[in-house]
Design a protein around this ligand. Structure first.
Ligand SMILES: Nc1ncnc2c1ncn2[C@@H]1O[C@H](COP(=O)(O)OP(=O)(O)OP(=O)(O)O)[C@@H](O)[C@H]1O
Length: 371
């Protein structure tokens, strides 16, 4: 059935078209990309639900969950207590995930597990598929092959807002991805204004409290254009951790951060890194309350973020996890790929291409050289 409008149109919040388009561009979100190509009236209910979910700070419950073969009853019987314990605390598992874009084979058999309570970093050279794997974990992109298991249950396809208990997964985009035409209050409360039955004044109160938890006060009525880069990232973080307090059961939440400190100065980076720690269940937010995030994953290039915000690292290279270990093991690793990446050396197994275009005068004809 074709729905006349998506949430954005009947929403109490009035998001401009150009805002939606720039949101889609900055997040690279496939739903929004496909959404751009639809006229509003050609978006069906299912797409409308997905778009609403993605737009709402990308907090998405998993859908279409069926038990994975590997932890079916037969296997459970054969598992030792230790193995069983090992499986039971796994929140997200990527199993042999492949993803290509046209001829570009980006992920070529990525496997890893994210356990309850973990703070994991994903690092690796540019273009190696770090953001892609985050989007696959969040349910915004579907793998071509392989499986994503959420608490041991296989997720089919992409997210929707079907209520299936399990795990809330939030994605904090690198660009902050705020709607420019909405105030900070509307951006942070977007999910609740759109999807909850909470009265507006209660949402406003919760927004203020959540902003305070990320160290922001009195900015509710500002527009994103009136904020610094670091403040925008904090608003995006607030948008990701806010949830409907009227719901009975609050599911644990995993937050996925895509380069949360990119473009920030060292001090602003430290603020964001500490904030990431503070909203984790092992941390304490700016109001002194324990954080609510069960586990998180951070894609980053920043050494400070690796050191300060995560405990365990996955190193992605040429479409696979080539190394994993604790953060303190990173700099002493003997893996040549890790050593080269850690030192920033040009010599080593990591291939890169720097093309120098020399003038016709210098070489007779213009040539590209790979260094
Ligand atoms: N939707 C898409 N369509 C086509 N190509 C894509 C798409 N998304 C990502 N890519 C390509 O896939 C590759 C991996 O992109 P991705 O953003 O996942 O890498 P990354 O490791 O996060 O890079 P960086 O560290 O530079 O941010 C890049 O070559 C990118 O251009």
């Amino acid at each position: 059935m074709v729905s006349a409008v998506v949430s954005i149109s009947y929403s109490p919040l009035n998001v401009r078209n150009e805002d939606r388009n720039s949101w889609s561009r900055s997040t690279g979100c496939s739903f929004l990309r496909s959404f751009r190509t639809f006229s509003i009236s050609s978006v069906d209910d299912e797409q409308a639900r997905r778009i609403r979910r993605v737009a709402c700070a990308c907090v998405a419950p998993p859908q279409d969950l069926t038990p994975a073969k590997s932890i079916g009853p037969q296997r459970l019987e054969n598992l030792s207590v230790k193995e069983l314990g090992d499986e039971s605390d796994v929140l997200i598992e990527c199993r042999d995930v492949y993803k290509s874009f046209g001829e570009k084979h980006i992920l070529r058999g990525v496997s890893f597990k994210i356990r309850h309570g973990e703070a994991v970093g994903i690092i690796g050279p540019s273009g190696t598929g770090k953001s892609t794997i985050l989007k696959i974990m969040a349910g915004l992109l579907a793998p071509d092959k392989g499986e994503v298991l959420i608490r041991g249950r296989r997720r089919h396809g992409l997210i929707s807002d079907e209520e299936i208990s399990g795990l809330r997964i939030g994605l904090v985009f690198q660009s902050a991805a705020l709607f420019d035409s909405l105030t900070v209050r509307e951006n942070v409360g977007f999910l609740l204004y759109e999807n909850s039955t909470m009265p507006e004044d209660q949402i406003a109160e919760l927004v203020t409290e959540t902003l305070a938890a990320v160290g922001l006060k009195g900015v509710e009525d500002r527009l994103p254009s009136e904020l610094s880069g670091g403040m925008k990232k904090r608003v995006a973080l607030a948008r990701s951790i806010i949830f409907d307090t009227t719901k009975d059961a609050i599911e644990p939440e995993v937050l996925l951060y895509d380069e949360p400190t990119a473009g920030l100065d060292p001090i602003a980076s430290t603020v964001v890194e500490d904030l990431i720690r503070s909203v984790h269940m092992k941390g304490e937010d700016a109001l002194g309350k324990p954080g609510k995030i069960a586990s998180y994953v951070v894609v980053t290039h920043q050494h400070s973020t690796i050191r300060r915000a995560v405990d365990r690292l996955l190193f992605l290279y040429e479409g696979r996890v080539v190394w994993q270990g604790m953060t303190h093991e990173f700099s002493s690793s003997t893996n040549p790929i890790v050593q080269q990446f850690a030192s920033g050396s040009l010599d080593g197994p990591i291939r890169f291409e720097l093309k120098l275009f020399l003038s016709v005068n210098e070489v007779g004809s213009a040539k590209a050289y790979s260094l």
